[in-house]
Ligand binder design. Sequence first.
Ligand code: GH3
Ligand code: MG
Ligand code: MG
Ligand code: MG
Length: 309
Amino acid sequence: YLLKDSAESVSYLVPLLQRIQANDQHKVLVVDDSTVVRNYLINLLERQNLTVIEAENGREALVQLAKHTDVSLIITDNDMPEKDGITLTRDVRKIRSRNQIAILGLSASSDDSMTAQFLKAGANDFLYKPFNQEEFNCRLHHILNMKDTADKLYRMANQDALTGLWNRRYFFDQQCKPHCHQPNIAMMDIDFFKKVNDTYGHDGGDTVLVHISQLLQKHFKDAVVARFGGEEFCIQLCGPFDSFHQRLEILRQDIEAQKIAYNDSQIQVTMSVGVVSANEECFDIDGLLSIADKRLYCAKENGRNQVVS
Ligand code: GH3
Ligand code: MG
Ligand code: MG
Ligand code: MG
């Protein structure tokens, strides 16, 4: 009705509809020890088309977060038994950055240093209770927009635009984080890829890159899978070297068996792989990559379509 009414209402409605659509993707965790306050907040948030889950205190909030990895905003009270909101904020910031989860602190305390305490702990914003509803809604949308923008920038900086895989920058950033002492590294390169481009055109080549990337992700959900360059990929995984090697061999066979549909053709490719473990001779990432690269070169020299360790 409004849409056919006037151009003015169209220009008004479109951003509104986009925002409603965007809100659908946001899950909010409401943390407060008062059931009355929780229900009040849930009602406000659901009216903004947000999906809401709840927790009674900071400790329970962390349990909920582990279960719901898709939470994008936490709205938390401070004064709660078991774990207060400021401590919760600090704990969350150890595991989730601002582009992953936004935090809005709330408090009915008469202490005027609450805002500073929450912000220093890593919250995005803070409001004293009771608050003005319109102000709450404005801050809510502002926080979610900022979070989405930060997330978008992070993805633009760290993901490969064609395949959606992590890029080289992300791969090296991960190596600085101490979650694994003895990583296994595989460097891989599609064989005779130039011929794919020459035969099927650049679009055909791109279709192969996307298809192979999806296959890598399917086989290695538990690893860091990155596109290093044109048709070159790198996988980093912690754990026993033998099983990593075996899984790469299964992947190689799966790639060989693929018939990738492109227009009326079915494109077939093979992959050469060089693999190394930190257990062997070298522990720094540059050294490991250079060994993996040499082994990849051996795989090419020995006739391609093979895993060399
Ligand atoms: P080898 O078996 O020795 O690896 O031979 P190759 O032909 O795969 O190796 P080469 O490095 O000569 O060719 C890689 C080609 O990949 C050259 C380049 O044009 C192409 N390429 C790089 N990036 C892209 C891309 O994003 N899309 C497409 N379609 N092709 C790309
Ligand atoms: Mg309280
Ligand atoms: Mg190649
Ligand atoms: Mg290459």
